[in-house]
Design a protein around this ligand. Structure first.
Ligand code: HPA
Length: 272
């Protein structure tokens, strides 16, 4: 079966279960999945029920696709995402993005938890992604180009569109919420970075580092979607503070920030 047929089968399966026509997609990272609980008239489909979605791995977060209205706006949201470090291919990691495109999604909001590389940032702050560094020697678009989605050599000068960033900045101001701006570096994980790697990553021009988002942004942008990326800085990156990094710390801080992060995303959805 062609790849296109697989995306179409997944999209048909989802469309058969809902009447909504979402133009906005959300991929919600660590800690922010709860936003889907605010989706009204929600149709929830576990990832493993959707044809050709990767089977959840032991390492993966529980995932479901939720369609309904968020603040009165039709959305399709992924609560949980696939990560490269789970041992999946980048095609599997980004499969849901192309399915969203077939559902009619034009704008994609990506959220994540990440480490702060910029020493002026603080844990608990949010960061608008202005650009990214792909530090994983791969790209989800490697392989035969899917011409129905986009060109072989897609432009990457403005993946995180200024239009959506301006709206996000304005909504953060309305909420009196400080939001940093910066470059997100994608690290495969699952090991956190070493202090030497963080020094390198800072010199390369990154402000934050994390294990997701870039694959989905590349595939979405290739398919002509506008992308907005917002990170929750859950910790100072390795070696900045005299302490070790732990997943528990990441989850704890994501939980503390969850309420303001959810409100911001909800307000942005109403404006874009
Ligand atoms: N590094 C990579 N990924 C992360 C981090 C980090 O410091 N914090 C949360 N996700």
């Amino acid at each position: 079966m062609t790849q296109m047929k697989q995306y179409q089968k997944a999209a048909s399966y989802i469309l058969a279960r809902t009447d909504s026509n979402p133009k906005i997609g959300l991929i919600l990272g660590s800690g922010l999945g709860v936003l889907t609980e605010e989706i009204q008239g929600a149709v929830k489909i576990p990832f493993e029920h959707i044809p050709f979605f990767a089977k959840p791995t032991a390492e993966g977060h529980k995932g479901e696709l939720v369609i309904g209205k968020l603040g009165g706006v039709d959305v399709v949201a992924l609560s949980g995402r696939y990560h490269y470090y789970e041992g999946l291919s980048l095609q599997q990691v980004t499969f849901p993005v192309r399915v969203m495109k077939l559902l009619g999604v034009e704008r994609l909001i990506l959220t994540n938890a990440c480490g702060a590389v910029n020493e002026t940032f603080k844990p608990g702050e949010l960061m608008l992604i202005i650009d990214h560094l792909n530090l994983v020697s791969s790209n989800p678009l490697i392989g035969k180009n899917q011409d129905d989605f986009g060109p072989r050599f897609p432009d990457a000068t403005e993946i995180y569109t200024k239009k959506l960033r301006d709206i996000a900045t304005e909504e953060a101001q309305h909420l009196n919420l400080k939001i940093q701006q910066g470059v997100y570096a994608w690290w495969s994980g699952p090991s956190y970075e070493t202090p030497a790697e963080i020094k390198m990553i800072r010199r390369l021009g990154a402000d934050a580092v994390g294990m997701s988002t870039v694959p989905e942004a590349l595939v979405a942008s290739h398919a002509g979607m506008e992308v907005l990326g917002i990170s929750c800085l859950t910790n100072m990156a390795s070696g900045i503070l005299p302490q070790k990094l732990s997943h528990q710390e990441v989850l704890d801080v994501a939980l503390q920030v969850r309420e303001k992060f959810s409100l911001l995303v909800k307000n942005i959805v109403k404006k874009i």
